[in-house]
Write a protein that binds this ligand. Sequence first.
Ligand code: SAM
Length: 324
Amino acid sequence: MLIDDYNRVIDYVRISITDRCNLRCRYCVDGEFPFIPHEEVLSYEEIIHFVKICALLGMKKVRLTGGEPLARKGLPYLISELARIDGIVDISLTTNGVFLGAKVEELKEAGLKRVNISLDTLKKDRFAYITRVDVFDEVITGIKKATYSGLRPIKINTVIIKGFNEDEILDFVRIAKKWDHEVRFIEFMPFGDTSLWKSTDIITSEQIEEAIRHEFGLMPSENIGNGPAKMYDIEGGAGRVGFISPVSTHICSECNRIRLTSSGMIRPCLFSDVEYDVKTLIRSGKSDEEIAGFIKSVVKLKPEKRLEMGMIKKCQRNLRSIGG
Ligand code: SAM
């Protein structure tokens, strides 16, 4: 088992398989942006090699993210190879959902267990504004097809941003109430090359929860998978709502993960720009034992917690290269 210096069991790796994305969300990027050259991005074989070593060390869960993971060709191949690795019991995907409708059956057949879809608005024109691409209908089709395919749970991740979508909080809860989906509200975090994020503008989970409680009864519910989300059942409803509060609350004691960036850096803490280069070890033909030793030492360097809220600085990298 991988245990860090603060007794946290690290059994989950989030892998950004590409920094490329078909959307240009205003809170993530400022218009066009340079991509990492192809040769610097880990190949599928290199990712599989890395996960095999992680599994030997006790990792159990893998999430594929990006950029937009469905924008990279051959994803079902990667999933099927990861699904074959002894010890890996859960393979999930975080996607903007645009290509999901066309690919979900193939992904499921390959071994995908669950999917998280990012959706910040239920209004078509707002969606086109925030993402700069008019593909709202495709996302809804993607969510429906994923639902009918039987993948469970379907999680919808929503970032609430002041002045943009806080008036839609209750609409999202209605969606969760009607369908057996989990809607998880994520606090807007200090990432990226945009100037949108201001600590004074954060709508906290507490504020969102309070707004919901005016209309809906919420009962505490178990968080299957031990992630940082605080989950609630909705009275009289099929689905659940959750709150992920990386900005207003220290969720660090529950952190069970490391990240692998698309360029092959291990990032032990989302909020720290300190990263460790595993790609060079993989590409220079180091033995599995040496790479395993490196991963273990990086886990030991995972910080206990991030800075206090008032001291959070904007991270240098944006989430599309780290893997949101
Ligand atoms: N393309 C995939 C998607 O849309 O889910 C995966 C990558 S995207 C960077 C992952 C998630 O990060 C999305 O849900 C997005 O809303 C979220 N995200 C991006 N920038 C963020 C920020 N500054 N604060 C909070 N969440 C953010």
